[in-house]
Design a protein around this ligand. Structure first.
Ligand code: SF4
Ligand code: SF4
Length: 90
């Protein structure tokens, strides 16, 4: 095994995000909050588009930032495999 840090990360994509367009007021807070660009912006309809859910890091920041309770981030804990090994960090 090479020296230094090795990271192994397996993400199951059975994860989902629920969005209620009726509650959304188009404030863009979720769009600005998402640091991995899962959320894109539909300027015409003033609504978020959850474009790349498979890239979601399950940080819940979009859900936290939505004051209208329009977003639910729902990880699939039963099938998720998240493995990380940090070699050389001891
Ligand atoms: S933060 Fe909530 S209300 Fe604001 S745009 Fe996103 S979903 Fe809509
Ligand atoms: S949970 Fe985090 S990574 Fe996933 S869509 Fe929301 S802000 Fe983006």
């Amino acid at each position: 095994m090479p020296k230094g840090r090795e990271v192994i990360k397996v993400i199951n994509t059975n994860h989902r995000i629920e969005f209620d367009p009726e509650k959304c007021v188009g404030c863009q807070q979720c769009y600005k909050a998402c640091f991995v660009d899962v959320i894109r912006w539909d300027a015409e309809n003033r609504k978020p588009i959850f474009q790349y859910v498979e890239d979601c890091e399950r940080c819940f920041f979009c859900e936290f930032m939505c004051r209208r309770d329009a977003i639910r981030v729902i990880p699939d804990y039963s099938s998720e495999h998240l493995m990380q090994s940090f070699d050389g960090c001891r």
